[in-house]
Design a protein around this ligand. Structure first.
Ligand SMILES: Cc1ncc(COP(=O)(O)O)c(C=O)c1O
Length: 454
């Protein structure tokens, strides 16, 4: 790769690549950043510029880039075998990782089904929930409920249970229909109590009318990520689970974004001590190294599929690279490092430090809601906080702030008018301080052009 100049790579990038979630016409007008390497919390481009990875390479990275133990785990496994299938065969990394995941997951989740991405883990959970009821003879249970503004990935099943109109609406004719309930948003729904009440009333009404046809409710526990890092009020998730149990409807907890320490606990469900029936995992599972995902199920779910072959209860689902040994090996090393470095304990102190720093952001006239759970942070930009007047979409304020932050050495991405900040979980206090200083400067410079000293 080193043989190519920046310009050659930029030209080939422009000529051959189609980037995700990107308007290529706009992207091609700018000089692309082409990443060459990563160390710790930083990425370097082929021109030698370094940037803090303020979005953990799409919410994945845990211990930083280029971590010796993780690199080594892949190299060791590579010497043995790069890939062997789980279709009828097994291998040690997949077995041992499944054991580890079960030991860490909320009690009662006892089975691990692997796939390659968060969206696939969601597809699998949806199909498992559906077939669970069919296998048990509840043939009328065929529908799903999801939350407003939900995001569960970009494959069609995951899009069906999504509810972000910008990404999902166009595809509506291709999707199965769902029932939607509001996600509790204390900022917009009149505070924590009102937001919780609104959700519970809507959910109970739905359950009373439709429980006999509902397989499951899928939700992003504690934090709704792509909607802008909306944080549930304490106690809400537990009450949602209580209602679902009462009406015999399953819970699918999509922990793709929140799992593996991102919200301050290993899994977000732990904040409320709940066990979902199905739980989806991806992103941080390999520390941000390789694509791997898992859907965890309770024994009750598993047993509904466990039968003589002739009963036709088999779960006919699988992907070629399911449980890839390299991915499983690095996932095991990732989880071991959580323990050896007491990451969640260290992180708790840094989370408090970040909360203190965010207080200063909340004072800025162009900042509305500041949301934080663990190291999952959303800063909403508004034209006028007092009057809660939003920026117009066409102002692209989030894009402008992220561009400026990038010039100052921090890679972040906006979700509309919300700036998302999800640094690697192992970021030191000094690094977090520097990242937040850049972010603060970028917001000030873009939203207050008069005092702009660029
Ligand atoms: C909650 C949630 N579920 C699923 C996904 C999809 O994961 P992937 O991009 O690995 O398919 C995402 C991605 O951001 C997510 O935030």
């Amino acid at each position: 790769m080193a043989d190519y100049t920046y310009q050659e790579l930029a030209d080939k990038n422009k000529k051959y690549l189609w980037h995700p979630f990107t308007q290529m016409k706009e992207y091609q007008d700018a000089d692309p950043i082409i990443i060459a390497s990563g160390r710790g919390t930083k990425l370097s481009d082929v021109n030698g510029n370094t940037y803090y990875d303020g979005i953990s390479s799409m919410w994945l990275n845990v211990h930083g880039h280029g971590v010796a133990e993780l690199d080594q785990a892949i190299c060791e496994q590579l010497k043995a075998v790069a890939h062997s299938t789980l279709f009828g065969l097994a291998h040690a990394p997949a077995i041992l990782l499944a054991e580890k995941l079960v030991s860490l997951a909320p009690p009662g989740l006892t089975r691990v089904f692997y796939s390659d991405s968060g969206a696939e883990a969601v597809e699998i959970a949806i199909k498992m929930a559906f077939q669970y009821w069919q296998n048990r003879g509840f043939t009328k249970k065929r529908s799903f409920a999801c939350m407003q503004s939900a995001y569960h990935g970009d494959t069609l099943g995951a899009v069906s249970v999504g509810a972000l109109s910008l990404y999902h609406e166009l595809f509506r004719p291709l999707l199965f229909s769902t029932y939607q309930v509001p996600y509790p948003d204390p900022y917009r729904q009149g505070g924590a109590v009102a937001a919780t009440g609104k959700v519970l009333v809507a959910l109970e009404t739905l359950l009373r009318e439709r429980a006999s046809e509902l397989c499951a409710l899928i939700l992003e526990p504690i934090v709704q990520g792509a909607a802008g890092m909306i944080v549930m009020p304490p106690g809400c998730l537990e009450q949602i689970v209580r209602l679902l149990r009462q009406y015999d409807v399953l819970l699918i907890a999509d922990e793709v974004a929140t799992g593996f320490g991102r919200t301050g606990k290993m899994f977000a469900c732990e904040h409320e001590g709940i066990t979902p029936d199905l739980m989806t995992l991806a992103k941080g599972i390999t520390g941000g190294y390789l694509p791997l995902a898992a859907t965890l199920a309770t024994s009750a779910i598993y047993e509904a599929f466990y039968a003589d072959y002739e009963e036709n209860k088999t779960f006919f689902h699988g992907h070629s690279y399911t449980g890839n040994p390299l991915g499983c090996a690095v996932a095991l090393a990732n989880l071991q490092r959580f323990e050896t470095h007491e990451l969640l304990t260290v992180m708790a102190r840094n989370v408090a430090f970040v909360a203190q720093k965010l207080a200063a952001f909340a004072q800025l006239a162009q900042v509305g809601d500041v949301r934080q759970k663990g190291l999952m942070i959303g800063i909403e930009l508004v034209r006028d906080r007092e009057r809660r007047q939003p920026y117009e979409g066409r102002e692209r304020i989030g894009v402008q702030v992220c561009r400026r932050a990038r010039e100052l050495g921090l890679l972040i991405r906006p979700l509309g008018n919300v700036i998302t900040f999800l640094p690697p979980l192992a970021s030191s206090r000094t690094e977090l301080d520097e990242m937040l200083a850049i972010l603060y400067q970028a917001i000030c410079q873009v939203t207050e052009p008069v005092s702009d000293d660029r």
